[in-house]
Design a binder for this molecule. Structure first.
Ligand SMILES: [Zn+2]
Length: 220
């Protein structure tokens, strides 16, 4: 099965233009490491932007422009994808592609999971970006993530296993883009824990009062 859920044009354009902060860039670049199709779309956008650039007058660049460009280029360093759906047996060292690997290490077995209750786990990924929260989530096989809404955008990239949200199925490499309007309950498919990279704009607001009560303690 191919990757079914891709980056939106808006996100890809913002990424190409260097407008995304580190948290969003990390999830976008990690999706692209798994997704030849979005890499192709990005290079088409960059080609079009380059052609336009040839027609504009040069302007003064910010001092950090080159560093930002280098970071972006490092971000899309590609893992060659042999199969349509990149396989990642859980427990192997192949779950985390670059650039995520630079943040969490190569080996899933070394992740220091923190219990969220109900069999779910998370680990916060430190970044220099105060505007986002970046986490790995582990949803137990067959179980839902606690029902939640969020302030602003949320991007969830599946790294291992799969979940469904309503009628949509998300497997390795698929990305779900959600906003404040969506009250959703992703549920892992039976048979395998689902490991995701999740980036949110602000702390999640869980709907269940008990989860909301313990939210400050768990720092989610
Ligand atoms: Zn894609």
């Amino acid at each position: 099965m191919n990757i079914q859920h891709h980056l939106s044009d808006d996100l890809l354009l913002d990424y190409a233009a260097g407008n995304l902060s580190e948290g969003w860039s990390l999830v976008v670049a990690t999706h692209m490491a798994l997704c030849p199709s979005c890499r192709k779309r990005l290079s088409a956008m960059e080609g079009a932007a380059g052609a336009l650039l040839d027609k504009v007058e040069p302007v003064e660049m910010p001092a950090d422009a080159w560093d930002r460009m280098k970071r972006r280029l490092e971000g899309i360093r590609i893992e060659e994808v042999k199969a349509p759906r990149p396989a990642a047996p859980a427990g192997s060292g192949m779950v985390f592609p670059e650039p995520l690997r630079s943040y969490v290490g190569a080996d899933l077995a070394n992740v220091k999971w923190q219990a969220l209750g109900l069999g779910a786990y998370q680990v916060r990924i430190p970044t220099a970006d105060p505007s986002t929260q970046v986490r790995l989530l582990r949803i137990p096989a067959g179980k839902p993530v606690p029902e939640h809404t969020h302030v602003g955008r949320e991007l969830t990239l599946v790294l291992s296993g799969s979940f469904h949200d309503g009628d949509d199925l998300f497997g390795r490499g698929d990305i779900e883009e959600a906003d404040d309007n969506l009250l959703h309950t992703p549920k892992a498919l039976p048979g395998e824990d689902c490991i995701c990279l999740a980036v949110t704009e602000a702390p999640l607001r869980f709907s269940s009062w008990i989860v909301r009560l313990i939210q400050p303690i768990l720092k989610i």
